[in-house]
Ligand binder design. Structure first.
Ligand SMILES: Nc1ncnc2c1ncn2[C@@H]1O[C@H](COP(=O)(O)OP(=O)(O)OP(=O)(O)O)[C@@H](O)[C@H]1O
Length: 774
C-alpha cells in the first residue's frame, strides 16, 4: 500500500518537474526571441529589449532556485468541503474556478510547494506555500483539522521523493500527545539532524504551527517575536519577509524590505535563505552598514557603547550643531576689495534668527543665513560708499553683493558664524575637542566625557553609525529627498509603467510579463539601480517593512535610526532578551521598542508573540544552559527541546598535568585536544570554538597550526570546518559542535557575561565541550 502510494507521488511530482522544465524552456525560448529581435540603433528599443531580457533571465534563475524540494506537501480534503467557487489558484489574486486535483474518490488533493505551478490549461497543479489555501498544511492539528482529512509530507533527495509521511485527522479519539504532536515530525527530525554547512537553509517544508501564525501575521504594525535560543526566530523572520513580499508585492516592491542583522558573519550565514524562497530584492544590512558611505564592524568598549547608545546623544548632537552658529562678541573688521567694512554682531544675530525660523536642516538653513547676512552687508556697504561721496543706486546692489560674496574676509566671517558641516566632521570634532565637549555637556562627569575622547582620524565604530545618521538628519545635506525629487521619481515611475504597457503590447507578450516588473527593469537599465541598490545607497530611503533580528542588542540610538528608515511603523522584531550581550542593549521589550512606540504598552502600539520550542539545541545542553542562566539570574524564556543528544557535555581542564606546566601553552593544547576529539566523532561536521576577544588570536593561532587550511576566524571562517570566534560574533549562528574556551573569563570578564555564555552554550546542534583553565 505504502509503496504504491509512494509510486503515485513520484509520478505526480515528476509531472510537476516536467512542467517546471517546460516553463524553463519557455522562458529560454522567450529570451532567445528577445535577443534575436532586430532593434536597430534606437536607444529606447535597445533598452526595452534589455529590460525584457532581464525579466526572462530572472525568471530562469528563479525557476532554477526552486529545483530542490519543489513540492513537499499534500493536503487531502473532502470534495464536499471545498466550495465550488473557491479559488485554488496557484498565485494569489487570480481567480480560477478550477477544482483541485482529484483521484476519482470523494477526496481532493492540494499539493504544496516552493512556487505555484499551473498546467498548460492553466489549472493549478502546485500551490505556492504562501497562498491562504496552503495555510492548513502548517496550521492544521489533530485537535483543529481546519477541514483537512489528511496531511502528507513528501521527503525528497534531489528530484526524487524518497519517503512519504502521513497524518490522518479523521480519527475521533486522540491522546494528549497526539493532539500536541509536532507537525510532520519525521520530516522535521530528518531536517534537524542533517549536518550544518555554515549556511542557513529554508524551513519551508517543515514550518510549525506556532511559527506559521507569526509568518502570516498582518503586515501593518510592530510585531515583536520573543523566543529562547534555537526556537526558529531567524528562520521565521526570513520566511515572514518572503511571505510579505509575496502577499503584498504591489506595496512592498517599490519601497523594499530591510533585514537588519547583528554582524556581517550573521548576514553571510542567512544570505542564501531568501533567494532559495525566490526573493532577491531584500536589503540585508548589519548594524554597521546602516549609514551609506561608512561601513564598520569595529565595536566600542562596553562603557563607550553605553554612552553613545543613550538617547541623550541626540540632544548633545543637537546642541553641538546649534553651537556651530556663533554671533561674534565684537564688531569684525572686513576688507572688501580694498574697502574696509565693519561687520556688526547684530547683523549675524539677525541672519541666524531668520535662518532658524525657516526650520530647515542646518546646511539648508545656512543658505538663508548667508543670503540674509549678505543683503544686510550690501546695504551697509552701499551706505558707506555713499557717505564717501560715491553714487550707488539699487541697480548696483547685485554687483556689491557679488563683491562681498567673493571677498575672503567675508567668507571667513560667515563661515565662522555658521560653518558648513558634514556629519563625519561634526562627530570627529566632538570627539577630538574635549574643551568643546565640556561646554556642550557641563553636567557630565569628566570621566564620562573622557570616554568619548578620540583622535580626529580614528575610524568610526558601530555605535557611531546612528550618531552620524542623527547628525545627518539635523544637517540635512546628504541626498535629501526633497519634495521635488520625490515628485519627479513618482512621475518617472508612471512614465516607465506606461512605456512598459506599450512595450508588452508591441512584443505580443501580454499576460506573460507584468508591466510593473518591466518598469523596474527600465529603471535598472537607466542606471537608477534595482530598488534594493537604490535603497541601500540612500540614507533617506523609507522601507515598506523592516525585519530586525537579534533585536535585543540594539541601543536606543540605533532604534531611532530604524524609526527614520521605517516611518510606516511596519516592523518584525525578533530576539531574546536573555541573550542580550551588548552593553547598550535592552533589558525588556517595552524598553527596546520605546523609541518606536513611545510609552504605548504592548497590545496598543505593538504586539508580542512567543516561540516555545527549541529546534536546535539538544535537551541536555539546553538544560545546562538554562541552569547556568538561572544561577546567574538571567530572565530566560523556557523552551522545550525537540531532541535529545547521544553525547554528554565534555569538560577538559587545561590545568591537567598532561598539558604541561605553562598555562598559555596548556590552554592551547587543551583546545586542540577538544577539537581533535570532536573531529574523531564526526569528521564532516562544523565546529565553533568560542573564546573571549582577548583569547581569539591565541586560540586561532594554535588551532590553525594544528589543522592547516581548516580553521577560520569570524565571518571569514564560516564555511570552513572549524571557526574561532567571540560570543558576540557567534550570535544567531549554529554549529554541529561547540567548544567553549575559558567559560569563567566569558562569564566574569565580559560585560553582560552571563548573556554571552548563554549565547555560546546554545549554539550547538549536537555536542558541547568546555575547555576550562582550571
Ligand atoms: N520548523 C522548522 N523546521 C526545520 N528546522 C527548523 C524549524 N524551525 C527552526 N529550525 C532550525 O532550528 C535552528 C534554529 O533556528 P534559528 O536560528 O532561526 O533560531 P533562533 O531562534 O533565531 O536562535 P537564536 O536566538 O539562538 O539565534 C535552525 O537550524 C533552523 O533551521
Amino acid at each position: 500500500m505504502v509503496s504504491s502510494e509512494l509510486d503515485l507521488e513520484r509520478e505526480y511530482v515528476s509531472r510537476l518537474y516536467e512542467r517546471l522544465d517546460e516553463l524553463r524552456m519557455d522562458a529560454r525560448r522567450q529570451l532567445e526571441r528577445v535577443h534575436r529581435q532586430d532593434v536597430g540603433g534606437n536607444h529606447q528599443s535597445r533598452s526595452e529589449r534589455d529590460a525584457f531580457a532581464r525579466i526572462f533571465e530572472d525568471r530562469i534563475v528563479a525557476l532554477n532556485e526552486v529545483d530542490e524540494r519543489l513540492a513537499f506537501g499534500r493536503l487531502e480534503l473532502a470534495a464536499s468541503d471545498v466550495p465550488a467557487d473557491e479559488s485554488s489558484a496557484a498565485d494569489p489574486g487570480e481567480t480560477d474556478t478550477d477544482r483541485d486535483v482529484s483521484d476519482g474518490s470523494d477526496s481532493v488533493f492540494r499539493y504544496i510547494g516552493r512556487i505555484g505551478l499551473r498546467d498548460e490549461n492553466l489549472r493549478p497543479i502546485l500551490l505556492d506555500w504562501r497562498v491562504p489555501q496552503a495555510g492548513p498544511f502548517y496550521q492544521a492539528t489533530a485537535a483543529t483539522p481546519m477541514g483537512i482529512r489528511a496531511r502528507r509530507h513528501l521527503l525528497s533527495k534531489g528530484r526524487k521523493i524518497v519517503r512519504i509521511e502521513d497524518e490522518v485527522f479523521d480519527s475521533a479519539d486522540l491522546s494528549t500527545e497526539e493532539v500536541n504532536a509536532l507537525q510532520g515530525e519525521g520530516a522535521l527530525m530528518a531536517s534537524l539532524s542533517t549536518e550544518r554547512t555554515g549556511r542557513m537553509h529554508d524551513i519551508v517544508a517543515t514550518i510549525q504551527a506556532e511559527q506559521d501564525r507569526i509568518i502570516r501575521s498582518d503586515l501593518a504594525g510592530i510585531l515583536v517575536v520573543q523566543g529562547g535560543p534555537g526556537t526558529g526566530k531567524t528562520a521565521v523572520a526570513l520566511h515572514r519577509a518572503a511571505y510579505l513580499l509575496y502577499s503584498f508585492r504591489d506595496r512592498l516592491k517599490s519601497s523594499g524590505v530591510l533585514v537588519v542583522g547583528p554582524s556581517r558573519a550573521f548576514l553571510q550565514y542567512i544570505e542564501a535563505v531568501l533567494p532559495s524562497l525566490g526573493e532577491t530584492g531584500v536589503v540585508l544590512a548589519s548594524v554597521g552598514q546602516l549609514y551609506p558611505g561608512v561601513e564598520t564592524s569595529i565595536e566600542d568598549i562596553a562603557e563607550v557603547a553605553v554612552v553613545k547608545g543613550h538617547t541623550e546623544m541626540a540632544a548633545l548632537i543637537d546642541r553641538a550643531i546649534k553651537s556651530r552658529q556663533k554671533v561674534p562678541a565684537e564688531p569684525v573688521q572686513l576688507d572688501v576689495n580694498g574697502e574696509p567694512l565693519t561687520l556688526e554682531p547684530h547683523v549675524i544675530a539677525n541672519a541666524i534668527t531668520r535662518a532658524r525660523e525657516s526650520r530647515k536642516p542646518y546646511n539648508e538653513a545656512r543658505v538663508t543665513f548667508v543670503k540674509t547676512a549678505l543683503a544686510e552687508l550690501t546695504r551697509a556697504l552701499a551706505a558707506q560708499l555713499r557717505s564717501h561721496g560715491n553714487t550707488v543706486d539699487e541697480d548696483d546692489y547685485g554687483m556689491l553683493r557679488e563683491d562681498l560674496r567673493s571677498a575672503y574676509d567675508v567668507k571667513v566671517a560667515l563661515n565662522t558664524a555658521w560653518i558648513p558641516l558634514s556629519p563625519q566632521k561634526l562627530l570627529q570634532d566632538l570627539y577630538a575637542r574635549p574643551q568643546w565637549l565640556a561646554e556642550l555637556a557641563p553636567n557630565w562627569s569628566p570621566e564620562k566625557r573622557a570616554l568619548l575622547r578620540r583622535e580626529r582620524d580614528a575610524p568610526f565604530t558601530i555605535s557611531d553609525i546612528p550618531l552620524l545618521d542623527e547628525a545627518a538628519e539635523h544637517l540635512g545635506e546628504h541626498s535629501e529627498r526633497s519634495a521635488a525629487i520625490e515628485r519627479e521619481a513618482k512621475q518617472q515611475r508612471k512614465r516607465d509603467v506606461e512605456n512598459a504597457e506599450n512595450a508588452i503590447r508591441n512584443m505580443d507578450v501580454e499576460g506573460l510579463v507584468r508591466a510593473e516588473d518591466l518598469a523596474d527593469n527600465f529603471a535598472e537599465q537607466a542606471s537608477r539601480g534595482t530598488t534594493a541598490e537604490r535603497a541601500a545607497g540612500d540614507r533617506t530611503w523609507t522601507y515598506g517593512h523592516i525585519v530586525v533580528d537579534e533585536a535585543q542588542e540594539l541601543s536606543p540610538m540605533q532604534w531611532r535610526l530604524l524609526r527614520r528608515r521605517g516611518p510606516m511603523r511596519s516592523f518584525t522584531i525578533v530576539g531574546d532578551i536573555a541573550q542580550a550581550s551588548a552593553a547598550a542593549g535592552a533589558r525588556s521589550w517595552q524598553e527596546a521598542v520605546a523609541p518606536l512606540v513611545g510609552r504605548q504598552a504592548h497590545g496598543e502600539g505593538w504586539r508580542l508573540e512567543e516561540l516555545t520550542v527549541n529546534y536546535r539545541t539538544p535537551a541536555q545542553i539546553a538544560a545546562a544552559a538554562q541552569q547556568m542562566a538561572e544561577e546567574q539570574r538571567l530572565p530566560v524564556t523556557r523552551s522545550t527541546s525537540v531532541r535529545e543528544s547521544e553525547w554528554p557535555i565534555v569538560v577538559i581542564r587545561a590545568s591537567d598535568d598532561r598539558f604541561g606546566p605553562d598555562p598559555t601553552a596548556a590552554f592551547a593544547h587543551a583546545l586542540g585536544e577538544a577539537v581533535a576529539a570532536d573531529r574523531m566523532i564526526d569528521p564532516r561536521g562544523t565546529i565553533g570554538v568560542i573564546v573571549t576577544p582577548d583569547g581569539l588570536a591565541g586560540a586561532y593561532a594554535a588551532l590553525a597550526e594544528a589543522l592547516p587550511g581548516e580553521v577560520g576566524q569570524g565571518a571569514a571562517g564560516l564555511l570552513l570546518p572549524v571557526t574561532v570566534m567571540t560570543p558576540q560574533e557567534a550570535k544567531g549562528l549554529e554549529f554541529d559542535s561547540v567548544v567553549i574556551g575559558d567559560r569563567e573569563a566569558i562569564l566574569n570578564r565580559l560585560p553582560r557575561g552571563a548573556g554571552a555564555l548563554y549565547v555560546s552554550m546554545t549554539r550547538p546542534t549536537q555536542r558541547l565541550t568546555f575547555v576550562d583553565r582550571f
